[in-house]
Write a protein that binds this ligand. Structure first.
Ligand code: ZN
Length: 129
């Protein structure tokens, strides 16, 4: 279960409705990722949370032929990617793909959700071959 930070609370709350929200700095009007209590560009502390469509492009991808954790053993092989969202932030996400080896840099990905036991959801990049 991913831990829930104070700065990330609005993100996790939105995942309960399978909505992606990103932190935007009210002072410089730029998004950032990951959530923190200040803007990494101007150090402003007035953070707005705005919805994202979750459209993204693969920046980098790695296929894990063996699970990194025993809990993921039945998933291997699986792809993990750095994706660039249209909104202007880069996130690391697991990739839902029929063939993880077919995921390429530059491929478009959509947004999907994986349920967690406590009602939150984990965003995943959905790759269509
Ligand atoms: Zn700022």
């Amino acid at each position: 279960m991913p831990p829930e930070s104070v700065a990330g609370a609005p993100f996790w709350a939105a995942t309960r409705q399978q909505r992606l929200v990103l932190p935007w700095c009210a002072a410089c009007d730029e998004p950032h990722w990951y959530p923190r209590g200040f803007c990494p560009r101007c150090l402003g502390s007035d953070i707005d949370w705005r919805p994202s469509e979750g459209r993204a492009v693969v920046h980098a991808v790695s296929v894990q032929p063996r699970a990194a954790h025993p809990a993921l053993a039945d998933r291997a092989p699986y792809a993990v990617a750095l994706v660039d969202l249209d909104d202007g932030v880069r996130m690391m996400l697991a990739v839902a793909a029929d063939d993880p080896w077919a995921v390429r840099v530059g491929d478009p990905v959509g947004l999907g959700w994986e349920p967690l036991a406590d009602g939150r959801h984990l965003p995943v990049a959905v790759h269509t071959d």
